[in-house]
Design a protein around this ligand. Structure first.
Ligand code: ATP
Ligand code: SKM
Ligand code: MG
Length: 168
């Protein structure tokens, strides 16, 4: 049974996908992202899952995707921004190396541009993102074994700091 060398958690726009890909390349391991696993399984993009089946159904798919990836992926694993909302997922992360990529609202807004592709931010995106980040901050802290600040830093700088943390 494989286990991830590192699991990345953080708010939308914290850079889990971008930093995760850079980190995996640096370590010479595979990158996996539960958002992509869910899209492949469902055969459609996440915004369409939200529209067609609703958030509850998405969260059910997400719990299954997190459990499967934690049990089988030996590389870098990025979780969806809201995966830590489920107690089941937080419990499944115990014992893993979990890095919280932290980001403050101004950088998160700049990065994600408040455009399409993030269904939870479709209405009043700035205020919704602010609320999401405040609600989730303690949950990211609860599951994280380390936190890396990302504001004003490049994905490569952040990936290098995470790689250094992983050295025995
Ligand atoms: N450190 C950074 N500096 C500048 N831009 C960044 C940084 N990290 C990521 N970005 C950019 O911000 C956007 C969002 O990044 P990314 O998709 O990696 O975030 P995410 O945490 O995976 O979000 P989600 O939770 O929605 O999956 C991308 O356009 C990416 O290029
Ligand atoms: O913050 C969230 O709840 C989400 C973040 C994305 O990674 C996707 O998992 C989805 O759009 C939900
Ligand atoms: Mg992502």
């Amino acid at each position: 049974m494989n286990r991830p060398v590192c699991v990345l958690v953080g708010a939308p726009g914290s850079g889990k996908t971008t930093v995760g890909q850079a980190l995996a390349a640096e370590l010479g391991v595979e990158f996996r992202d539960t958002d992509l696993d869910i899209e492949q399984l469902a055969g459609k993009p996440i915004p369409e899952i939200f529209v067609d089946e609703g958030e509850d159904h998405f969260r059910t798919l997400e719990r299954a995707a997190v459990a499967a990836a934690l049990a089988s992926h030996g590389g870098v694993l990025a979780l969806g921004g809201g995966a830590i909302l489920a107690e089941e997922n937080r419990a499944a992360l115990i014992g893993h190396t979990v890095v919280h990529l932290s980001v403050e609202l101004p950088d998160a807004v700049k990065r994600i541009g408040l455009g399409a592709g993030r269904p939870l931010l479709a209405i009043n995106p700035r205020a919704t993102l602010k609320h999401l980040m405040e609600q989730r901050r303690p949950l990211y802290a609860e599951v994280a074994t380390a936190t890396v600040l990302t504001d004003g830093r490049t994905p490569e700088e952040i990936a290098a700091e995470v790689a250094a943390l992983l050295k025995p």
